[in-house]
Design a protein around this ligand. Structure first.
Ligand code: FAD
Length: 325
C-alpha cells in the first residue's frame, strides 16, 4: 500500500543535519512507493529544499517566518500542523534528536495519533511497516507496527543509512504561508557552550574517557586520537562527576545515546548506565587496566593496559596509516 509520508528536515546553523537524510530513507520504506514530502521550517531555509530532493524527497514544503528563526515547540508545531493539514499524510518521520524528542509527542498529541519513538530500523514485512526500537536501555529490541491511523515515528541518528545523493534529482520546492500566532516562549539569545569539533550524536568515531583519565588534562591524548580519526570525544558520568569534562559530553542512560561506527572506551568500567548509551555502536574497543572490567563484555576488541600508554600508541599508528593511505 503506497503512502504519502512527510519528513521534517532539521536545520542547524544553516545546514541540514544528517539525520534529515536518514529520515528520508526511512520515509521511502514507509511510503512503499508513495510520495515523500520534505518539510523545512525556519527563517531563510528555502535554499536547503533542493538538498532534501537530492537525498530522495519528491518535493518540499517550506514554512518560513521570522518567528521560526529559533526552534520553539510552540512555533514549530503551528508550522508543522499547518503542513500536515494541507498534505494529509499517512506517515510522518522526524529525527530522534533533541528537537524531534520535544516536537513529536506534541504533534502526536494534537493529531491524537500514536508515536513510535527512537526507531533504529524500519522494513516492510508480512504486509506491515515494522519498526525496530531498543528497550530496557538497549538490552532488548522490540518490533512495532501501527494498526490504525498515521504511521508516525522518530528515527535515531546514525542508524538508518541515507540514500545516495543524486545531484540530478529535481522536484518542486513550494512555500506554505502560515500565520504563526504569538509564541508563548520567545528565545532572546542562544549562548552556545564552546563546543569544538564533531557533534557527538552524529560522530562516526567516538573516543570516550572515564574516571580512568584521572584529570581534565588526561583527556588530551583522547582528543588527539579523536582528531586523527575525525571523531568526537565523549565521557562517562564518572568523568563528568569528577569535573574532568563537561556534562554535554556524557554518554549513557542519563546522557547521550550514540551509535558510531567505532567507539573507543578509555578508562571506563562499563557500568550498565554507560552501556545503555553506547552498546549499539558498530565496533567497540575497550582500553582498561583491569582485565575483569565489565566494558570488555560488550567490546569487540579489548586492550588490557594503561590508557596513557595505549592511546598515544594508537594515535601514532593511525597517523602513519593516514600518511601511507
Ligand atoms: C541513575 C543513574 C544514572 C546514571 N547515568 C549514567 C550515564 O548516563 N552514563 C554513565 O557513564 N554513567 C552513569 N551512571 C553512573 C554509573 O553507574 C557509573 O558510576 C559510571 O559510569 C562510572 O564511570 P567510569 O566507568 O568512568 O568510572 P569507574 O567505574 O570508576 O571506572 C574507571 C575505570 O578506569 C579504569 N582505569 C583506571 N586507570 C586506568 C588507566 N590508567 N588506564 C586504563 N584504565 C584505567 C579502571 O580499571 C576502571 O575500570 C549513572 C548512575 C545512576 C545511579
Amino acid at each position: 500500500m503506497s503512502r504519502k509520508v512527510l519528513v521534517l528536515g532539521e536545520v542547524r546553523e544553516g545546514s541540514l543535519r544528517n539525520v534529515s537524510f536518514e529520515a528520508i530513507s526511512a520515509a521511502k520504506t514507509v511510503a512503499e512507493g508513495g510520495e515523500v514530502v520534505g518539510v523545512l521550517i525556519g527563517d531563510a531555509v528555502s535554499a536547503l529544499g533542493s538538498e532534501l530532493i537530492k537525498y530522495g524527497a519528491d518535493r518540499v514544503v517550506i514554512v518560513e517566518d521570522e518567528k521560526l528563526k529559533q526552534y520553539t515547540s510552540d512555533g514549530y508545531s503551528q508550522a508543522l500542523l499547518a503542513v500536515i493539514d494541507q498534505e494529509k499524510p499517512e506517515g510522518i518521520i522526524i529525527g530522534h534528536t533533541a528537537l524531534g524528542k520535544d516536537l513529536s509527542p506534541r504533534i502526536a498529541g494534537k493529531l491524537s495519533s500514536g508515536l513510535i519513538s527512537d526507531a533504529t530500523a524500519v522494513e516492510v514485512a508480512g504486509g506491515n511497516v515494522v519498526f525496530t526500537r531498543p528497550i530496557y536501555s538497549g538490552k532488548a529490541f522490540e518490533k512495532k507496527i501501527v494498526t490504525d491511523g498515521i504511521i508516525f515515528a522518530t528515527v535515531r541518528p546514525n542508524n538508518i543509512a541515507p540514500l545516495e545523493k543524486d545531484e540530478s534529482r529535481n522536484g518542486e520546492v513550494a512555500s506554505l504561508s502560515v500565520d504563526i500566532k504569538d509564541l508563548r516562549t520567545i528565545i532572546k539569545e542562544v549562548v552556545r557552550k564552546a563546543a569544538e569539533g564533531v557533534d557527538l550524536s552524529e560522530a562516526k568515531v567516538i573516543v570516550s574517557g572515564g574516571r580512568g583519565v584521572k584529570s581534565a588534562d588526561g583527556f588530551k591524548p583522547l582528543k588527539e586520537l579523536a582528531d586523527v580519526l575525525g571523531g568526537a570525544v565523549g565521557a562517562s558520568r564518572g568523568a563528568c562527576d569528577a569535573e574532568y569534562c563537561d556534562y554535554s559530553m556524557q554518554i549513557g542512560q542519563t546522557g547521550k545515546v550514540v551509535t558510531p561506527d567505532l567507539y573507543i572506551a578509555c578508562g571506563i568500567s562499563g557500568a550498565i548506565q554507560h552501556l545503555a548509551g553506547m552498546s549499539n555502536s558498530k565496533v567497540i574497543v575497550a582500553i582498561n587496566k583491569d582485565p575483569e572490567a565489565n566494558i570488555f563484555k560488550v567490546a569487540d576488541y579489548g586492550i588490557v593496559g594503561d590508557l596513557f600508554e595505549v592511546v598515544p600508541m594508537l594515535t601514532e599508528e593511525f597517523k602513519k596509516l593516514k600518511v601511507h593511505s
